[in-house]
Design a protein around this ligand. Sequence first.
Ligand code: ADE
Ligand code: ZN
Length: 334
Amino acid sequence: MSDLKQLVQQLPKTELHIHIEGSLEPSMMLDLAARNNVSLPYADIDAVSNAYNFNCLQDFLDLYYKGMSVLLTQQDFHDLTWAYLLRCKQQNVVHCEIFFDPQGHTERGIDFATFMHGICSALDKARAELGISSKLIMCFLRHLDEENAIATLNAAKPYLDRIEGVGLDSSELGHPPALFGEVFRQAAKLGLKRVAHAGEEGPPGYIYEALDVLEVDRIDHGNRALEDPELVKRLVATQMPLTVCPQSNLRLAVIDDMSEHPIRKMLALGLNACVNSDDPAYFGAYISGNFHALIDALDLNRKEILQLVINGFESSFMEESSKNAYLEQINALH
Ligand code: ADE
Ligand code: ZN
């Protein structure tokens, strides 16, 4: 392994943009389908992998929602989350902030209690046994209307002690952030943090709406901010975090080749970008794989790698004392 890849392994890392349903590996999908008697349109693991050929976000989302149909019981959600946390341990991810899509499950008749208890039991076990800290971020599906999002926020009220913030995901084009102003205002009143996918496929205007209408603490993706120099200036001045997902960008055709990935340019402009996996089971790379792809394609250097990792900690919602302890560890490697 190259020195830089060893450095990536050695560094404690965060993950701030991971959809837990997007960590459902093909093998687990098939096992759960068998366990729960759910029929899938795939004969075997190769058939699943061969189907993961996407031309855009919507191509992926269509399979992502089909894939999650195998998740039915509390144990399923526990197993899914635990498998992701074991990957974190292997790759030295010490803190993760996990998205989940309640409407992807309640729409199928699964109770809030089922996925909350399943996910949280795995998070608690990881804290105790693996030393991994975590936060949960509940995402609203933007292809559904705001009324549905408000009903979801209300259904989450018994579990707010386990939910750090809310997010906005799913089909971006045609579903601008401003349509969700009221539910984000209500979330803010409840003391929840706010993040939103913006500028993955959507134009810079969607990023302005996420900032001005949703008053977000972080932008998920944000690639298309680079088309608007005024917006870049504002994002730099406020050090607004951008949770960038390189391998996702490649697999969803946001970029044509990893050598075109804008993350190095983002750092050079002073943007607060960090590296994340998004939906690792669908895109073929967890955190380390994303760093490796950037090292191979962009010839990223040691300073840039450290900056990306530091940005992840700085942008996280983790407790200040632990955040500072990790930052000290990383600075000692400078
Ligand atoms: N849901 C899961 N992954 C997503 C992505 N990359 N963009 C929007 N919604 C998603
Ligand atoms: Zn995402």
